[in-house]
Design a protein around this ligand. Structure first.
Ligand code: NI
Length: 160
């Protein structure tokens, strides 16, 4: 396992449509392992393959640091409600912006054995699933921000 370099906004790879995964090859398994390692190293909540330069529909999420979630070919089936809150992204370091997202998301995805499963999430998990699926479609959260992009550091000061 190794960490991979996280691509930053302005890198064209972040604006491309990713391809469906058809098979978890050893090479893809290595990508998945590296994505988790990179996610934990960077203290992120989620990471999508294009953020490490790979145009495949692979997402890793962990909203608590203890709940690793792999989503291959995730597809949002259902959403409801609304939440408005600050969001950040490892590809936009140091910045946050307010994005409205559904408060509940149900998605279909595949695991490392390419077995389908459904995942339901509310609040942060719902937000993370939407954010990461957007990455797979070449969309960064900054396109959806209302209000200014702020320094995450200033935000923390405000909350204290
Ligand atoms: Ni992101």
């Amino acid at each position: 396992m190794a960490t991979r370099k996280v691509r930053e906004m302005g890198d064209p790879v972040l604006n491309k449509q990713c391809k469906e995964v058809t098979e978890v090859t050893p090479r893809l398994q290595e990508l998945i392992d590296d994505m988790f390692e990179t996610l934990y190293e960077e203290n992120g909540v989620g990471l999508a393959a294009p953020q490490v330069g790979i145009l495949k529909r692979v997402v890793v999420i962990d909203t608590t640091g203890e709940d690793p979630l792999l989503l291959i070919n995730p597809k949002i089936l259902e959403t409801s409600g609304e939440q408005d809150g600050y969001e950040g992204c490892l590809s936009v370091p140091g910045k946050s912006g307010k994005v409205t997202r559904p408060n509940y998301v149900k998605a279909l995805a595949y695991d490392e054995n390419m077995e389908p499963f459904e995942i339901e999430g509310t609040e942060l998990l719902a937000r993370a699933i939407c954010h990461e699926v957007d990455h797979l479609n070449g969309c960064l959260y900054v396109e959806k921000v209302h209000g200014p992009l702020v320094n995450t550091e200033d935000l923390r000061d405000d909350e204290e």
